[in-house]
Design a protein around this ligand. Structure first.
Ligand code: DQA
Length: 148
């Protein structure tokens, strides 16, 4: 049975401010907190964290991670709702991708309810705060057991 050895988290614009920005929506936990919880829960998996505020850098990171065969946890933030270029990038990807949103994008402004990228992912986890990333790790390991 194939085993996941590495998982790449790719975060989009403004997520470097997690823990500080709009805490009433996104909570006060930081990605540092999350990474230590991930290491506790999945000690055998190397977790790589990438964040960029630039669409082109995110596209390049997706292609590079795909070329390396590493599954992806993806939160493209506002670009989820707007970027055809990122949707096209994901359409070309073979590795499993789980889309995560910290907040419940279906319960907020209408423009957030549309994801241009979700159709290219194996699933989407929304509204569970940073715990969504841990749930995505569970999902990816389960996906591997199921499909590979
Ligand atoms: C987000 C939701 C997006 O609508 C928003 O633009 C973000 C974060 C989330 O994780 O809840 O920046 O992707």
């Amino acid at each position: 049975m194939a085993k996941v050895k590495k998982i790449q988290i790719i975060n989009g614009p403004n997520l470097h401010l997690q823990g500080i920005r709009e805490p009433e929506i996104y909570g006060t936990k930081t990605f540092e907190d999350l990474l230590s919880r991930c290491h506790e829960r999945f000690p055998d998996i190397e977790i790589l964290l990438f964040q960029s505020n630039y669409e082109g850098e995110l596209i390049e990171k997706i292609h590079q991670t795909n070329a390396e065969g590493i599954p992806i946890i993806l939160n493209l933030a506002a670009l989820t709702h707007t970027s055809y270029a990122l949707a096209d990038a994901l359409a070309a990807v073979q590795v499993p991708v789980v889309e995560v949103h910290i907040s419940n994008i279906l319960g907020r402004e209408e423009w957030r309810a549309r994801s241009l990228t979700a159709r290219y992912c194996c699933g989407v986890i929304i509204g569970f705060g940073l715990d969504g990333y841990l749930l995505a790790m569970e999902a990816l390991t389960g996906y591997y057991n199921l499909h590979l």
